[in-house]
Structures are given as structure tokens and as C-alpha cells.
Write a protein that binds this ligand. Structure first.
Ligand code: NDP
Ligand code: HSE
Length: 433
């Protein structure tokens, strides 16, 4: 039976994502109504600049007073696509207090204050859904939260930032410069309002925190995630990766420790072999591997950024939340019962690719090897090439076996102190083997 009285939706933000949400709500209104069991009506749109022309949106719906909109009392669902911490956080909690459920794409906020938002939703018997906050269009939050709720997830590894993947891909395949590739990603609507969040890894770290929390039924905040961005990745690193049969990707890796007593979450650039499925993830696409005890390895792949793909995830949540509203039964809330501690990066076991400029004379290789041995780091391969420029230097590339990150960074620190090591040209972790 179709309910005739519409469910009222307030849209907070009408930028790259919000404008696509409004467009799909209008063009697919009949289908959405049939799937939900009631029509959905856009009841108000909060923006910062009211005079901006917004195609397909009734100007009478536009307001700059987002607070008044969420306090109206007749709003069933608030869609928050403003971004950032404030005023989004206060608007969301105010929405719960005034009877609305919330759909948000705001990973920065959820990774900072997700626990408090979940608590507020639960206190008021409302829903908080945020599929769009991680990996754009790719269904990942709901599969982890619901489909895999009966399994034990041990590892989540993937590319979760479209902008940085776009930049690294362009640098690798077309030789584009960093700034040129970033400008193109911004123009295509992939980058955040401040692209620092993308290129310095904050955006991916927020997504890693959300994924780790859901996957391991614990609480992980963005501050718990070890974070390195791509601003230090050079054309030389990419060329070096190529010579090893690898490519460079910004990875988010969340792991449950072998003893099951702690978790780790990290974001950093890494070399991965060209044969690895993540190596062929191009442009702004995202891909995430989930390893679960019973299910084995699952791979989720698709557009990770952009207005329409992200709106798809928002609309999916809108349908779910509206159905819950009609059934007067909120969906699943936060599951954080394991309360596992988050271990520091030094405990993570990984591999390093280290490129050194060294003096080209007898005994140098032995000296370098001794430093690795002293730190308990086993060497996998060494490649040395003398320079032909007459400067008496050679390039030495060392790839290690797996070792604790603390031992690897201790090794690099000790190498820097050797007189025969003229410089550490690049250090990058190697993953996916
Ligand atoms: P935009 O910057 O394009 O849009 C932000 C919107 O919020 C604009 O319409 C802006 O108004 C409005 N706004 C800003 N401040 C206020 C305020 N104080 N009150 C009312 N409205 C305000 O951002 P995006 O659409 O790109 O991103 C929105 C959210 O979606 C963010 O949380 C982002 O992280 C997330 N997201 C974005 C993706 C993407 O690919 N772009 C992908 C996945 C998630 P005005 O139009 O007047 O400037
Ligand atoms: N700026 C983000 C990205 C948007 O590039 O992935 C999607 O969350």
C-alpha cells in the first residue's frame, strides 16, 4: 500500500553532491516512491550563497538558515552534504532532537565524532546512515555493517581516495605533473573543498577510521590512523616502482592483530606489484579488499568520488531510512562492543623499498648490510648501479623482507648517519605481495 502523505526531506548543501541528490530525487521521484512505499518531497535546501542559480531546484526551497530548516518539526529525513565539522555536527544533532533521521556523506565528521553522533541517533530513536562517506558509490558500509555481520573481518585494504588515485595514475601513465593532475581532479569534482585533505591523506584516514570501526566492531578515530599523503611522492619514486614491476598507490590498510587483541589503521603511499588487482585501479576509481574468516577475500570496486556516484550512495541510504521510518523501526546502530585498542604504526609488520645514494667504494655494501642486520631487518634484494658522472657515487636500492615498521624506520635513521650514505633518495613501503 502506497502512503499518499509524502516523507519530507531537508537537503543541507547543494554543491557537487547535493545538486546531484536533488536532481535524482526529482527525476526518479516515481520509482523512489514505489520502492519506499510513500512519495518523498524535497522540503527545503540549505546553502551558503542563496543567489546562485541552481538548475532544477525551486528557488522557494532555498534557505541560508539550515538551523531553522532542521528545527521545523515536519522533516522526516535530513541529508547532510555540507561537509566539515561545524555547523554539520550541530545540525545533525539538532535534526535528531527534532525527530528527523540523518543521511550524511561527511567522513571528516564521522571519523572525528561518530560515536557521539551514533549515541544521539540512538537516544532519539533515529537513523544515522553514511554509505557515501566511504568510497563514493561503492556499497561498503552496509555490506560490512549488515552482510558481514555474522563473519569475522581481519583485514580491509584498498584505495579509498579518488583524487590521489587520479593524480598518481596520471603521473604514472601520462607523465603528467603533480599540480596539473590535481587541477584536473578538482575540476572534475573529485577533490575536497580544500584539496589538502586529499593529498595529505586526511580524507583517506577518515575513511580508514570509519572502515576499521565497522569492520572490527570497535571505535577508531581519525587521530588513531597513521597518515602519510602523496605530496612527497616523486617522479623518481614512480620510475623506481616501475623498474621493480610495481606502481605507487595511496593505500588504506586496517588490520586485526594476529592475536586478535588489537587493531591497526594506516594510510600511506605504497608500491604494489603490477600483477595485483589494485594496480589496475585507474583514475578516480576506488577498490577495497575485505578479508573475512569465513567469506575469504572480497573485492569492492567502483567510482569513489564525484557528484552522481556519491549521490547514488546517498539515495540508497535515503530509501533505507525512509523505509525504516514507515516501519517505525530504526536500522542497525553503532556496533563497537569489542573496544579493541589501536596499536601504533611501529608495531605494523611491512616491507620497505629504500633508495640510497652511496659512495662507490669497497666495503660500502657491507656497511649498509650491517645496519640492516643490527636492526634485525632481513634484506630481500639489493640492486647497485655506479653513476657514470665521475662523482664516485652509486645508487643502491634495497628491498627488505617483512619487519616491524619501528625496526625499518630505525634502519633508515641509522643509514642516514653513515658517512658513506650521501643521501636517502626515497623510502616507500611495499604491499600486496
Ligand atoms: P561542495 O563544497 O561542492 O558543497 C558544499 C555545499 O554546502 C554547498 O552547496 C554550500 O553552499 C553548502 N554549505 C556550505 N556551508 C554551509 C552552511 N554553513 N550552511 C548551509 N550550506 C552550506 O561539497 P561536496 O558536495 O563535494 O561535498 C559534500 C560532502 O560530501 C562532504 O562531506 C564531502 O566530504 C562528501 N563527499 C564528497 C564527494 C565528492 O566526490 N565531492 C564524495 C564523497 C563524499 P553554496 O553552494 O552556497 O556554496
Ligand atoms: N575527495 C574525495 C576523493 C571524495 O577524492 O576520494 C570522495 O570521498
Amino acid at each position: 500500500m502506497m502512503r499518499t502523505r509524502p516523507l519530507k526531506v531537508a537537503l543541507l548543501g547543494c554543491g557537487v553532491v547535493g545538486s546531484e541528490v536533488a536532481r535524482i530525487m526529482t527525476t526518479h521521484a516515481d520509482d523512489l516512491a514505489a520502492r519506499i512505499g510513500a512519495p518523498v518531497e524535497l522540503a527545503g535546501v540549505a546553502v551558503r550563497r542563496p543567489s546562485k542559480v541552481r538548475e532544477g531546484i525551486d528557488p522557494a526551497l532555498i534557505t541560508t538558515d539550515a538551523t531553522a530548516l532542521v528545527k521545523r518539526g515536519d522533516i522526516d529525513v535530513v541529508i547532510e552534504v555540507i561537509g566539515g565539522i561545524e555547523p554539520a555536527r550541530t545540525l545533525i544533532t539538532t535534526a535528531f532532537e527534532h525527530g528527523a533521521s540523518v543521511v550524511s556523506a561527511n567522513k571528516a565528521l564521522l571519523a572525528e565524532d561518530g560515536a557521539a553522533l551514533h549515541a544521539a541517533a540512538e537516544q532519539h530513536g533515529r537513523d544515522l546512515y553514511y554509505e557515501a562517506a566511504v568510497a563514493g558509490a561503492i556499497p561498503l558500509v552496509r555490506p560490512l555493517r549488515e552482510s558481514l555481520a555474522g563473519d569475522k573481518v581481519n583485514r580491509v585494504l584498498g584505495i579509498v581516495n579518488g583524487t590521489t588515485n587520479f593524480i598518481l595514475d596520471k603521473m604514472d601513465t601520462s607523465g603528467a605533473g603533480y599540480s596539473e593532475a590535481l587541477d584536473e581532479a578538482t575540476a572534475l569534482g573529485y577533490a575536497e573543498a580544500d584539496p589538502t585533505a586529499d593529498v595529505e591523506g586526511f580524507d583517506a584516514a577518515a575513511k580508514a577510521a570509519i572502515l576499521a570501526g565497522i569492520a572490527f566492531h570497535t571505535r577508531v578515530r581519525i587521530g588513531d590512523v597513521h597518515r602519510e599523503g602523496i605530496t612527497e611522492v616523486t617522479a623518481a619514486d614512480i620510475a623506481s616502482a616501475r623498474r621493480m614491476g610495481c606502481t605507487v598507490k595511496l593505500l588504506a590498510i586496517c588490520e586485526r592483530a594476529a592475536d586478535g587483541q588489537s587493531v591497526t589503521a594506516r594510510v600511506h603511499p605504497a608500491m604494489i606489484p603490477l600483477s595485483h588487482p589494485l594496480a589496475s585501479v585507474r583514475e578516480a576509481y576506488n577498490a577495497v579488499f575485505v578479508e573475512a574468516e569465513a567469506a575469504g577475500q572480497l573485492m569492492f570496486y567502483g567510482p569513489g568520488a564525484g557528484g552522481a556516484p556519491t549521490a547514488s550512495a546517498v539515495l540508497g541510504d535515503l530509501v533505507a531510512v525512509c523505509r525504516n521510518k514507515l516501519n517505525e523501526a530504526p536500522g542497525p546502530g553503532e556496533s563497537a562492543y569489542t573496544r579493541l585498542p589501536v596499536s601504533p604504526m611501529g608495531d605494523v609488520v611491512t616491507r620497505y623499498h629504500i633508495s640510497l645514494d652511496v659512495a662507490d667504494k669497497p666495503g660500502v655494501l657491507a656497511q649498509v648490510a650491517t645496519v640492516f642486520a643490527e636492526q634485525g631487518v632481513s634484506i630481500d634484494t639489493v640492486r647497485q648501479k655506479g653513476r657514470q658522472d665521475g662523482g664516485g657515487e652509486a645508487s643502491l636500492v634495497v628491498v627488505t623482507h617483512r619487519a616491524p615498521d619501528a625496526a625499518l624506520s630505525g634502519t633508515v635513521e641509522a643509514l642516514r648517519k653513515l658517512d658513506t650514505v650521501r643521501g636517502v633518495a626515497s623510502i616507500m613501503r611495499v604491499e600486496g605481495e
